[in-house]
Structure formats: structure tokens, C-alpha cells
Ligand binder design. Structure first.
Ligand code: SF4
Length: 355
């Protein structure tokens, strides 16, 4: 993988001419598209996506914005809260993660939270305006037994508060996905993280195909899919586009696509990488919006190091959700009052509950 500074524009005209113009237009939700459905494509290639990603910046923003307005309210942002219910000591070796037991970081192994602690946190999140509550456990995979049973109770409890419930627990079997669905789970997060090619340099303890198998189990159980990736792990622009292609070729598209900027945590192998270029990050948000028009594109980790202006540009380009609260699993996130100012600056209001 190489860092992300390669020029975007040189191949642009060539690449666009390699696309069918009408398909390109349809994907963007332009006026030539007769219906929203025509904008939903599942046959993307890396060249197609690269042609969109590399458009002149303002043209990319204009097209992403048009797509966004065709499918979503102009000024609504969903607030989500993500709580780590089982922190640290994970046997996986994800190179970005301070919870991996392979690295010496400030995050230690902790006991699993009990249901009461989780529901109190969910009530606080709801009072602050969150409508979606996500519970994360630092597990390689879900194992049947008391810990999973406790998660199922947490899901039932979160649902009883009138919140959308989401979990991220590692790999999942079809039967476990079914049990989560029966408990009322709305969404399961399992990020692809990066492209199939770049994946090997980030994680060695499971494969890209393992990720896809879990996402299939989630979909088949009738749970909505939350899957995205991380920008700034040393990947090339083609890697970024290839990751979006994997997601945008799914039928249906994931309902939720978190786009994260790498949080460079001391002790992890990626700690010394340079920060993501803000314009490159906005390009990823805009491209995800154009490719997956109906999805909630979630501006996720890394906001604490992002300027307010970058975050506003992300919202303009199609990000319609942020994680709210001062922690995002184990790393910092902007304070709620800073985010209230951010929404005010965007002229946006928190999205009403959907459940
Ligand atoms: S990202 Fe998840 S699976 Fe990977 S090390 Fe961290 S907690 Fe474990």
C-alpha cells in the first residue's frame, strides 16, 4: 500500500470516457434519472468508482449533494452512541486497534458491563438526543453462553427504551444472527475496514472472506447491515475505491456505511502514520454517498482531530450521522456541546427516532 497523496485528476477524463455516460449519470442521481431506483447500481468496478472519486473537488461535492438531497432530508443528522460493553484483551491483531492483546496500549482488559450499566448509558444517550445505541465487544467472534445471553438481554433492554439497537461483536454464525434478530436487534456493525488487497497488511488473524460471511449471516437473519471502513491506514486511493466497490456491489447496499479516519493510538503499529488529508477524507464521504444513495453515511471515528470545517464539508457531501458522546469505544470523541454547535453551524437538526 502507498500513502494517499497520488494526484486525483490526471486520469479523470479518460476514466469517465470509459464509463457508459448514462450509467454514470444514473449513479449520481442526476436529472436524467427518472426515479430514485435508477440511481441504485450494484455492478460497480474500481475504475467506475475511481472516476467519481477523482472528479474535480467541487464537481464531486455538487454531485454528492444532489444525490443526498434526492434521498435524504437536507438538514437531518442522526445521532448515535457507541458504548464498549466488553473492553480490551481481544485476540485479533487489527493494526489500528488499541483493544488488541497483541499491542501494548493504554487500554487494558476489563470485565464485561452488566445490563444495568448499559441501560443507564442508553437512557443517558437517549436523553442527549441519540436515537441509535450501539454496543461493542472486543471479541474475535461471538461464543454461545452467558456473555452472549447478556448481550441479548441488553438488546431487548435498549429496544424497550425506543432506541435503534446495533451491536458489533465480531464474527457471527447464522444461528447467532437469528437469535440477535429475535431479541430485536436492528443493525449489526462489521466493517470491511479496507480493500481485500490491503486487508492482509492490517489483520492477519481472520480473512476478508470471514468478514463477508458474517455480513451474509446478518443479512439473511433480516438484520440491517452496517459496514464501512477506515481511511488513513497507508492504503492507496485504489484500495479505498475497492473497499467502496465491495460495499456498493452488495444487494441491497448496506443500510449504514461508517467512514472512519484512523485514530493513531500510541502502541498500535499504525500510530506513526501521518494524518488523513481532510480533502481526501471528504472525497470518500462524497463517493460513498453517490454509490450508496439510500445508506446512512456515518461520519465516525477521527472527528476529534478533524476541523469543524472538514466535518461540515462531510455533512454537505452526504454524511448524515455522527457518533455522539465523549467516547467512541475506547478513543476520544468531541463533547456533546461541541457537536451541538457543529449541528447549529450546519443548520441541521437531530433526526427523530425511527422506531
Ligand atoms: S477491531 Fe475489534 S476485532 Fe479487531 S482487535 Fe479491535 S476489538 Fe478485536
Amino acid at each position: 500500500m502507498t500513502q494517499s497523496s497520488e494526484p486525483h485528476r490526471s486520469a479523470r477524463n479518460e476514466a469517465i470516457s470509459g464509463l457508459k455516460r448514462e450509467a454514470f449519470d444514473a449513479a449520481e442521481g442526476r436529472e436524467s434519472t427518472p426515479s430514485q431506483d435508477a440511481a441504485l447500481r450494484h455492478d460497480w468496478t474500481v475504475a467506475d468508482v475511481r472516476a467519481i472519486h477523482d472528479l474535480p473537488f467541487f464537481e464531486l461535492l455538487d454531485r454528492a449533494r444532489r444525490t443526498h438531497l434526492q434521498f435524504h432530508g437536507a438538514s437531518e443528522v442522526q445521532l448515535c452512541t457507541l458504548l464498549s460493553v466488553k473492553t480490551g484483551g481481544c485476540p485479533e491483531d487489527c493494526a489500528y486497534c488499541p483493544q488488541s492483546s497483541h499491542y501494548e496500549t493504554s487500554v487494558g482488559k476489563e470485565k464485561m458491563l452488566d445490563e444495568k450499566q448499559v441501560l443507564e448509558a442508553a437512557e443517558r444517550a437517549k436523553a442527549e438526543g441519540s436515537t441509535r445505541f450501539c454496543m461493542g465487544a472486543a471479541w474475535r467472534e461471538v461464543k454461545d453462553g452467558p456473555a452472549f445471553d447478556r448481550v441479548l438481554s441488553m438488546v431487548r433492554g435498549v429496544k424497550s427504551l425506543g432506541l435503534e439497537a446495533c451491536c458489533t461483536l465480531g464474527m457471527l454464525s447464522p444461528d447467532q444472527a437469528k437469535r440477535l434478530k429475535e431479541a430485536g436487534l436492528d443493525a449489526y456493525n462489521h466493517n470491511l475496514d479496507t480493500s481485500r488487497d490491503a486487508y492482509r497488511s492490517i489483520i492477519s488473524t481472520r480473512t476478508f472472506d470471514d468478514r463477508l460471511a458474517t455480513l451474509r449471516a446478518v443479512r439473511e437473519a433480516g438484520i440491517t447491515v452496517c459496514s464501512g471502513g477506515i481511511v488513513g491506514m497507508g492504503e492507496s486511493i485504489d484500495d479505498r475505491c475497492a473497499m467502496l466497490v465491495e460495499l456498493a456491489r452488495m444487494t441491497p447496499h448496506p443500510e449504514s456505511v461508517p467512514i472512519n479516519a484512523l485514530v493513531r493510538v500510541e502502541g498500535t503499529p499504525l500510530a506513526a502514520l501521518p494524518p488523513v488529508d481532510p480533502v481526501d477524507f471528504v472525497r470518500m464521504i462524497a463517493t460513498a454517498r453517490i454509490l450508496m444513495p439510500r445508506a446512512m453515511v456515518r461520519l465516525s471515528a477521527g472527528r476529534k482531530e478533524m476541523s469543524r470545517e472538514t466535518q461540515l464539508l462531510c455533512m454537505y457531501a452526504g454524511a448524515n450521522s455522527i457518533f455522539y458522546g465523549d467516547r467512541l469505544l475506547t478513543t476520544g470523541n468531541p463533547d456533546c456541546d461541541i457537536d451541538r454547535d457543529l449541528l447549529a453551524a450546519a443548520g441541521a437538526k437531530p433526526m427523530a427516532p425511527s422506531v
